[in-house]
Write a protein that binds this ligand. Structure first.
Ligand code: AMP
Ligand code: MG
Length: 404
């Protein structure tokens, strides 16, 4: 049977970054940059005041008496027309362009000008007790970014603060990777939608709700195909819908085990090919990978925890690769087991709650680890990874964990 590592590498080798598209800045948050961003001009674009105060020549604050005549008033957004001569000052607001001749700004708080409320006009003269040095309270042109500097790199997931930077640089449209498109289906005669009345022997389809959200959370778009009944024709019909929609991946849950009504494997083999359908892991051994009419297919197990773990271990990395993101994989951390953990030797993913003690993450299992138990999954902060071949992890030992 394939190891998790081999299975993931085999799957990943069939996927590439999506193409890029150019979209408005307003809808760029959380998308992945498809090209480096180079500043087209300096920021700040002009020397400007970092304070509300008076633009002066620093050397004049060392003169005696230190009374300067105020020859201009420069609000933010205006272009100064004066050139300061010795012993002259200009009232200036934060962000306003520093006039020629000035080399420092003295904050209004350090002057004798007491009228600081909005609407007051500039005084005729100004004096102060403190001195300033050349450059004080002036934000120099290019201090933040230089023209030609690469300020954001391709593959970066765009954060809110990145949008501010892009706006400051005038990027009304941004090149990003296209979202991957995933067709999602559940399979099984027992499955009801969330709003249907319960019937004897039936259960609600929970996987498609978990998986659709997980797909979107990984930055892809989901096409919900619904539930396929346990028949060749029903499964084929839904797969054909996915092909018609030209998706990047068909993702199913259930129907890939060795049950008498598990038709998915058969349908894949009849219309494409199966690369593998079992992985040496727990939960989630019946995990299938293949291709249906030229479209990559991943078949997750049916049990809700197995489906979830299969998604985290195999599908999230695939969506990460397609997204073009530099950091698409699940985040793993080292945690210390608070209890002895037994395993059957398959690579195991165990639900655990974490707590931090003196900076060390301590893990204890969340109740019953059966692959159908959703409550112990939602109570977990992490999936502990017990490597293949390990049958017992003693209390106090460190293991890797995927943070949820
Ligand atoms: P199967 O792989 O079809 O044998 O399914 C394995 C188990 O997962 C069975 O107990 C199914 O009822 C359950 N199961 C399959 N699909 C879903 C689903 N979409 N939501 C919840 N449970 C499911
Ligand atoms: Mg089934």
């Amino acid at each position: 049977m394939l190891s998790v590592h081999e299975a993931r590498e085999r799957i990943l080798s069939h996927f590439q970054k999506t193409a890029t598209e150019t979209i408005p800045l307003t809808v760029c948050a959380n998308r992945v940059l498809g090209a480096d961003i180079t500043a087209p001009h300096d920021i700040p674009l002009f020397d400007n005041s970092a304070m509300d105060g008076f633009a002066i020549r620093a050397e004049d604050t060392h003169a005696s008496p230190t009374t300067l005549s105020v020859v201009a008033d420069i609000p933010a957004g205006s272009t100064p027309t004066v050139t300061l001569a010795p012993m002259q000052a200009a009232r200036i607001m934060t962000g306003a362009q520093v006039p020629a001749g000035a080399n420092a700004v003295i904050p209004v708080e350090d002057t004798d000008f007491r009228h600081r409320e909005a609407g007051t006009s500039a005084p005729e003269t100004i004096s102060f007790t403190k001195t300033v040095k050349t450059g004080d309270n002036i934000r120099l042109r290019g201090m933040d970014m230089w023209a030609g500097e690469v300020v954001l790199q391709t593959g970066r997931v765009i954060k809110p603060q990145d949008l501010g930077l892009l706006a400051a640089l005038g990027m009304a449209n941004v090149t990003v990777h296209k979202k991957a498109r995933v067709a999602l289906l559940s399979s099984g005669d027992e499955l009801l939608t969330v709003d249907a009345p319960l019937e004897p022997g039936k259960i609600r389809d929970s996987n498609s709700y978990t998986l659709a959200a997980a797909i979107e959370n990984a930055g892809a778009d989901v096409l919900r195909l619904g539930v396929a009944k346990d028949s060749r024709d029903a499964v084929t019909a839904l797969f054909d819908n996915a092909v018609n929609e030209d998706v990047d991946l068909i993702l199913s849950s259930a129907g890939v085990s060795v049950g008498a009504f598990d038709f998915i494997k058969e349908v894949i083999e009849a219309n494409g090919s199966m690369n593998f359908w079992r992985v040496n892991m727990r939960p989630g051994k019946p995990l299938a990978f293949g291709e249906y009419r030229g479209i990559n297919f991943i078949g997750l197990p049916g049990n809700p925890v197995s489906a979830f773990v299969g998604f985290e271990v195999f599908v999230r990395p695939v969506l990460g690769r397609m997204s073009g993101s530099m950091d698409g994989n699940s985040q793993t951390v080292k945690v210390r087991c608070e209890e002895e953990i037994e395993s059957d030797g398959r690579e195991s993913y165990l639900r655990a709650k974490l707590r931090s003690e003196n900076g060390v993450l301590q893990a204890h299992l969340t109740g019953h680890q059966g692959s159908g138990n959703l409550l112990s999954l939602v109570q977990a902060d992490a999936l502990l990874i017990i490597p293949a071949g390990v049958k017992c992890v003693p209390a106090g030992q460190e293991v890797d964990a995927i943070l949820l």
